[in-house]
Structure formats: structure tokens, C-alpha cells
Design a protein around this ligand. Sequence first.
Ligand SMILES: [Zn+2]
Length: 304
Amino acid sequence: MKRITLLFLSLLLVGCQSSPHADSQNEISSNQENAANNETSEETEASSEENIEEADSAKSDGTRSAWTDYSAYAELDEEGYGYYIHDDPDVSSEIFPLHTTNSEDVLLFTFDDAPQMPEAYSLEIAKTLKEKDVNAIFLVNGMYLEETEGRDMIREVYDMGFEIGNHTQTHANLRELTYDQQYEEISQTSQMVEEITGEKPRWFRPPFGLFNMDTILICNELGMQLMTWSFGYDWMDEYLDGDALAEVSVNNEYLRGGANILMHDRSWTSDALARMIDGYREKGYHIVDPLIIKSQENSTAPMQ
Ligand SMILES: [Zn+2]
């Protein structure tokens, strides 16, 4: 736990100093939240449908189109993308607009350790998200997909429209493994995800946020962008409770546009989720549909 806390803090400290988004937390948009605003004009609906169709036909990697209403915060390019994730996970894995017209007040929701068997909450979490029209990435551990129950749950989550990412086979500390062992940990899970969904995962998150150059090279070979996170509280002793978690998640000093929010497949997270979404929307944030985030090759510049 200590190592996680240290890494988490160092990520935050470095991220705060260097990110171009440093000021955006004070610029809360006055736009009304898109999902709360059902009075979308016919024109907007038509153009957003067009965008969706374009995205369908343009993406050659088989990735599906966004399903949330992103028209209030993003315009997509001809490939169907509106955002990208900063490619140095040691500094930040924040979300940035690909186009100047797109809102910077976006947050990304990610759920690790899915579907944590035997008592998994991924499906419950997915249902709450869907009710609130929020898409997210579920990062899975292959060890939970060995039994039918876990596979069925992830297939259902995928079929609901959510994106599935890779969080290794056994939740290993990758820094303690050789290249070959890491390859096994990572490729096995990608393969399982592809067998279940028919799609290769685009996103990889190393357990405990710990990785090295081998991890980067393997992710590039398997076509995944490695991401860490901006903040998350649902694994800390004081926040293993829905009320406390909802409160700190919405009111903390690290909340700002572009934040990549780490959550887990846990009962208290599921409990806090609806309140978190409402709280973020009240503050003017949009929760970005990951399907409009363009993944990219990881930088292999020497690590510090
Ligand atoms: Zn994890």
C-alpha cells in the first residue's frame, strides 16, 4: 500500500507542476451538463448522428463508435476521435482535446480489477453508468476471466457499449518480472479479452502504477497505450465507504479538467458512483466517452 501511495503522490506532484491543464480547474464551464439537457436541437442531433456514422466507417481498427452524447463537449475528426491521453504516464495520463473547439473540462472514468470474482460489481457499475449516460473503461485481470461467470459478466459489460482494457493476468508487480514474464502477464489478458469481445484492448494500466521500459515495449507490440491515473480514493482505508468516497471524489484538490479518475470493482465504489457523476456534472465537467479518445504508441524516450 505504501508504494502505491508514494507513486500516487509523486504522480500528482509532477503532474501539477508540468501539465498545461494546471489552470483549468478554476475555469469551470458555465455550460449545462449535456446529459441533463434533453432539449438538443434537431440540427445538433442530426450532426451528431452523422459524426457517429463517419466514425463507424472511418475506424479501421474495429473500435466501436461513441454512444454517449458527446455533442455538447466534442467535435470528432474524420477518424472519429476528439481527445488523446498524454503519452508520458510517469508525468500524467490526463486527457487532452485533439481540437481547439473541444472542451477541456472532461474527466475519464476507469475501473480497475474487473471483474473481481467471486463478488464482482462490474455489471452493477456498468448499469449505473448506462443509466447516467456515462461510458468508461473497465480494465480487467485475466485471472477473473478463467471461469464462465467472469467472462459472461465482461461480455455483458462490453455488449452494453463499454470499452475493455488490460490490467495484467494476475495483478503482478511488473517491475519484478523479466521481459518474458511480463509478456506472458500482459499478452494472455489481451488474448482473453479478444476472445470474449472480438476486439483487442487499446488501453493498458500496470498494477500499482509500476512498470518499466519492457512494459512499454510490450504494450507497443500489442497495440496498447499505457496509462496511469490522476487521482483515485476507493482503495484507501478511510474511503472504503460510499458516502466518504462520493464526498472526497467530488471535492478534492486534484480534480481538474483532463483528470483520469481511478476506481475499482468494489461495492462502495458502485454505491458512490451516481453521486460522483452528479457532483462532477454540477461542477461543469463532462465525463468523456473513451471511444472518442485516440490511443497512440507509447514513447520510448529514456525513462527518468
Ligand atoms: Zn489493480
